[in-house]
Design a protein around this ligand. Structure first.
Ligand code: HEM
Length: 252
């Protein structure tokens, strides 16, 4: 991770230098907006902070979604019943389209009831973010323990998501456990894969759309088999030390 960060920072630094040197450049993406801010007389951030921000955002958006999908494909591979139910949902969507090759529409996305349950179940088990940090603003007593004001607190979402008192047979990949439950749009005491409160993940809806679109294409267009890897480590973040390679075959 440390080496990876160094390499990514080098690439970002290079990009920043190149873009800063080109005053004619059009504002095309978020990095350009940050650079525009840096060009102002009194910028809100320094170059170092801007680079850290770009790195953290890349990590928070790309790495999280990719990891969740990797674990998702592994869980689907091990649970063919879930793949069957997903295939049914998505093939019905394609059948109801005028143009079967058209892209997923918003209405179609909103109709993916079972897929939404699968995504909840993937992120519950993935526990991509194993710890969330907060600070006690005042003395708080919890179950007889006093947390003094000013102390740092690490909230541990996996302890909630894998608690058998909250989730029956917690290690089982069972999307049906979410059936009929109201949609969770923020963090709750029992679900905090995207954090909660003021710092609730801003990318939640985006990542759900990305995952649903990926699943849609996977189950309507392909079959697949595992080629290698798939072993999981928690250090404490989720990792695949030997990767997870699959081979895709066109469905028809
Ligand atoms: C499976 C995918 C994802 C998971 C599990 C996830 C998880 C989280 C969690 C737990 C937090 C709260 C951290 C805290 O309270 O300290 C968070 C915050 C955040 N996430 Fe995500 N995230 C995901 C995808 C994304 C995506 C796709 C983006 C951006 C496009 C994103 C951007 C952010 C940002 C900017 C914050 C900080 C919000 C703030 O502090 O106000 N995340 N995420």
């Amino acid at each position: 991770m440390h080496g990876g960060r160094k390499k990514a920072m080098k690439v970002l630094k290079g990009m920043m230098k190149e873009r800063m040197a080109d005053p004619e450049r059009k504002c095309e993406d978020f990095f350009d907006h940050v650079i525009q801010e840096l060009r102002r007389e009194k910028p809100l951030l320094t170059e170092t902070i801007a680079l850290d921000l770009m790195f953290v955002l890349l990590f928070a958006s790309f790495e999280t979604t990719a990891l969740a999908l990797t674990l998702g494909v592994k869980l689907l591979t091990e649970n063919p019943r879930v793949v069957d139910a997903l295939t049914e949902e998505h093939e019905a969507i394609v059948r109801n389209r005028e143009d079967p090759d058209a892209a997923v529409t918003w209405a179609e996305y909103k109709s993916m009831t079972f897929t939404a349950q699968v995504i909840m179940e993937i992120v519950r088990l993935a526990n991509i973010v194993p710890g969330i940090f907060r600070k006690a603003l005042q003395d708080v007593e919890i179950k007889g323990y006093m947390v003094p004001a000013g102390w740092g607190i690490m909230v541990c979402p996996p302890a909630v998501h894998l608690n058998p008192d909250i989730y029956e047979d917690p290690l089982a990949f069972n999307p049906w456990r979410w059936q009929g439950k109201p949609e969770i749009t923020g963090g709750t005491k029992h679900f905090m894969a995207f954090g909660g409160g003021l710092r609730f993940c801003v990318g939640t809806d985006l990542t759900k759309v990305l995952m649903a679109t990926f699943i849609h294409n996977l189950v309507t267009k392909y079959r697949w088999k595992t080629v290698k890897g798939g072993n999981i480590v928690r250090t404490p973040g989720l990792g695949f030390p030997d990767g997870f390679d699959i081979q895709l075959f066109p469905k028809n």
